[in-house]
Design a protein around this ligand. Structure first.
Ligand SMILES: Nc1ncnc2c1ncn2[C@@H]1O[C@H](COP(=O)(O)OP(=O)(O)OP(=O)(O)O)[C@@H](O)[C@H]1O
Ligand SMILES: [Mg+2]
Length: 420
């Protein structure tokens, strides 16, 4: 994607896109010192190599309060200390995300592969796999630290209790010579813990560390750190005004209970404001950029509402169908055209429109791809000697909820005006 006109490239404001992505762990995690210290203190025996012990700590706090970042920071710090054989004995650190690893088998497989084992997709039972991994770790004198992220999902999943049970109780029951540390991350522990069985909950009844929403002052530090310490954005492109505006728009106010206090949201606004400034060939971010990004619900500047208004009715319906299928499958970046077409036909039925045929739908998908609204890719496979093409579509840069609302509004407006 290019932000500048042809043949003209102004200095970029964004120095490293990666450092603004959610997976990136920043250099500094200001305002989370106590959570980091407490975690290390609680897990210390496991980190120091003590065996026959399971210790856990629960992180509890709303979206964007640094839970994943803190856990990953601790994990990567300990993993590198152990790898370089500095101060701490052998330790395997495994990051498990319950949105991605949904069954006990998948969780164990992830832990196994983080321990360097190659584990087939099937062939073992989950219990066999657990013993295999724990025995391997014990034989090699490893302890294990598992970060179990998005555990609200896990608690509600069929296998959830079994997963927790396996990690909390199994080594003890088998008398395996291993120490296990667990960081279990929740957005709403009070609600989610109701789904956890008593036997498991009592083993998990460990320390709960609260992650409160960030205040405006804290967000200001976090945003400036991303500029100055991580060098994600050119320092001269950012001003106090810009940072203050974002921080106060997102910051949590304990006295009124208002504000999201979500660092992810604050960073995203900064990112989109920087993109907007770049797209207009400017060297710095202006408060007007921030205002516009905030008022548009964090929508990238290149994709203005006008772009969507100009789509024809069936392009809008197809795009809405894609959006809805993606919303139903939050863990997936791409969904199949087959699913999208079914949803599209449903939508047509609802609005009393005759659906287009397959090839016409596909042409419109290509057009949406060309204008940069969606991402589409085709994979060819072979069935019985014939080439088949399976297509997938995704939307990467636009918040889906926003898009769903906007398209529904535009479609309804178009249909009602056409029929009047
Ligand atoms: N104290 C901090 N210092 C610097 N960056 C932070 C801090 N806290 C959070 N962030 C950044 O904010 C974003 C969101 O943080 P994180 O992913 O850790 O949130 P979370 O609490 O796990 O939220 P969720 O419940 O939605 O998963 C990340 O990009 C992270 O790097
Ligand atoms: Mg998280």
């Amino acid at each position: 994607m290019s932000f500048a006109g042809e043949g003209f490239a102004p200095r970029r404001i964004i120095l490293d896109e990666r450092k603004l992505s959610t997976e990136y762990v920043p250099v500094k995690l200001q305002h989370r010192e106590s959570q980091i210290e407490d975690s290390l203190r609680i897990l210390k025996p496991v980190i120091k190599g003590e065996k026959y012990v399971v210790l856990s700590v629960i992180y509890d706090g709303p979206a964007g309060t640094g839970k994943t970042a803190v856990a990953r920071k601790i994990g990567s710090f300990l993993a590198s200390e152990a790898r370089e054989r500095k101060r701490i004995p052998p330790l395997v650190v495994s990051y498990v995300n319950a949105q991605e690893q949904r069954t006990r088998y998948q969780v164990l497989r992830k832990i196994g592969s983080d321990a360097g084992l190659t584990i087939p997709r099937r062939g073992f039972s989950a219990d066999e796999l657990a013993s295999y991994i724990f025995d391997f770790l014990a034989r090699n004198d490893y302890n294990l630290l598992v970060i179990l992220d998005e555990a609200d999902v896990l608690a509600r999943e069929e296998d959830g209790n079994a997963i927790l049970y396996t990690l909390l109780r199994l080594p003890e029951l088998h008398g395996t010579r291993i120490g296990i540390g667990l960081v279990v991350i929740f957005r709403r522990f009070d609600e989610s813990s109701l789904y956890i069985e008593d036997a498991v909950r009592s083993s998990l009844a460990s320390t709960r560390l609260k992650f409160d929403p960030y205040t405006a002052a804290q967000l200001r530090d976090i945003l400036w750190n991303r500029v100055l310490a991580d060098k994600a954005i050119r320092e001269t492109a950012v001003s106090d005004d810009v940072v203050d505006m974002i921080a106060s728009a997102v910051g949590y106010d304990p006295s009124t209970g208002r504000g999201y206090g979500d660092a992810r949201m604050a960073l995203k606004i900064l990112y989109f404001a920087a993109l907007k400034a770049e797209s207009e060939g400017r060297e710095g971010i202006l408060p007007a950029d921030v205002r516009e990004v905030i008022s548009r619900g964090v929508l990238p500047a290149e994709l203005d509402e006008e772009v969507f208004e100009k789509l024809d009715l069936h392009e809008k319906l197809i795009l809405l169908a894609i959006t809805r299928v993606l919303l139903l499958e939050p863990s997936r970046a791409y969904v199949s055209m087959g699913d999208v077409e079914l949803e599209y036909e449903d939508l047509c039925g609802r609005y009393d429109e005759k659906p287009l045929r397959h090839t016409s739908v596909w042409e419109r998908v290509q057009r949406l791809k060309k204008i940069g609204v969606i991402d589409a890719r085709v994979e060819s496979g072979e069935t019985r000697g014939r080439t088949t093409q399976i297509s997938f579509v995704g939307i990467t840069r636009i918040p889906l909820n926003y898009l769903e609302g906007l398209l529904t509004k535009l479609i309804e407006r178009e249909i009602s005006s056409g029929r009047r």
